[in-house]
Design a protein around this ligand. Structure first.
Ligand SMILES: NC(=O)c1ccc[n+]([C@@H]2O[C@H](COP(=O)([O-])OP(=O)(O)OC[C@H]3O[C@@H](n4cnc5c(N)ncnc54)[C@H](OP(=O)(O)O)[C@@H]3O)[C@@H](O)[C@H]2O)c1
Length: 258
């Protein structure tokens, strides 16, 4: 069976872009006992992909040059030699950026019945888990508290703010541009938004969080984190999900935490 995938050919210098990859034929191993062949239906393209493509050790080793790019994907089982799976099952796993993958049956999980791949990636999966456990377990968020979330219109931030509203928090989102700020307040129900591209974040935090910030869910770092730290309430908590401003191309060093 012919299989193709995106091969990591070059390390990113600044942005991770198309020049880093080449679409090539990729050999598929046989389906041995305990393994399954999965056809990719949908890939999750995440900010962390840039870290994986960089030559730095982080929570996972770098993807070797010349190999299929690592990636989380939803797929459908085509052939199974693992009694846990049968043809037609919808599953998620580290399938990589390729049309098909042969992976151990123990390395994949099934999607709950009735969920589409879009719903799975949008709300559940690694994004939803990060938002839910980051806010509630790490941040120990409680009703009546003030939550500030940065990159608030992003995948993680938009869920964090909605979970915060659902448990009865006052939620302020920080996002870039009027359109994103309108979306998080008018459609997602955040109490307020700060447009960091056009407003003074420190000043707006003073106005919107007069009693301080109880939980800062931090996706950006840098100057935004500094402004939030300056407004932290007594016994306030910071969930350091990401330091995006420091992770991105302008500081591609080996020290970025995740
Ligand atoms: N720790 C974990 O387990 C975990 C899990 C998932 C994700 N994450 C991290 O959480 C962060 C958010 O993830 P996501 O999936 O929500 O991302 P996303 O949907 O791609 O949203 C990222 C947003 O960050 C904002 N941003 C601010 N400063 C930026 C900069 N210097 N460069 C690029 N974007 C910048 C941009 O929105 P504006 O236009 O509003 O600035 C951008 O749209 C990422 O850094 C990701 O690596 C961590």
């Amino acid at each position: 069976m012919t299989n193709h995938g995106w091969i990591l050919e070059r390390r990113p210098v600044e942005k991770l872009d198309a020049d880093c990859f080449a679409w090539r034929e990729v050999a598929l191993p046989a389906v041995e006992p305990g393994s399954v062949r999965v056809k990719t239906l949908m890939l999750s393209l995440d900010p962390t992909n840039r870290i994986w493509a960089s030559p730095v050790e982080s929570y996972l080793p770098p993807v070797p040059l010349g190999e299929v790019m690592r990636g989380i994907a939803v797929g459908v089982v085509e052939e199974s030699a693992d009694p846990r799976w049968k043809a037609g099952d919808l599953v998620q796993g580290m399938l990589g950026w390729q049309e098909r993958a042969v992976v151990p049956g123990a390395s994949i999980i099934g999607l709950p019945p009735g969920l589409t791949p879009e719903q799975w990636f949008a709300v559940f999966s690694h994004i939803g888990l990060t938002a839910y456990f980051g806010l509630l377990d790490v941040g120990k968020a409680k009703a009546g508290e003030t939550l500030v979330v940065s990159a608030a219109a992003g995948a993680v931030g938009s869920l964090v703010g909605q979970i915060g509203k659902n448990i009865g928090m006052r939620v302020v989102g920080i996002a870039g541009g009027a359109e994103k700020c309108r979306w998080i307040t008018e459609e997602l129900g955040f109490d307020a938004a700060i447009d960091y591209k056009n407003e003074d974040v420190g000043q707006r935090l003073r106005e919107l969080c007069p009693a301080g910030i109880d939980v800062d869910f931090e996706n950006v770092g840098g100057e935004i984190l500094d402004a939030c730290l300056g407004r932290l309430a007594l016994r306030g908590r910071v969930v350091l999900c990401a330091r995006r401003a420091e992770e991105s191309g302008e500081r591609a060093d080996a020290t970025r935490p995740h």
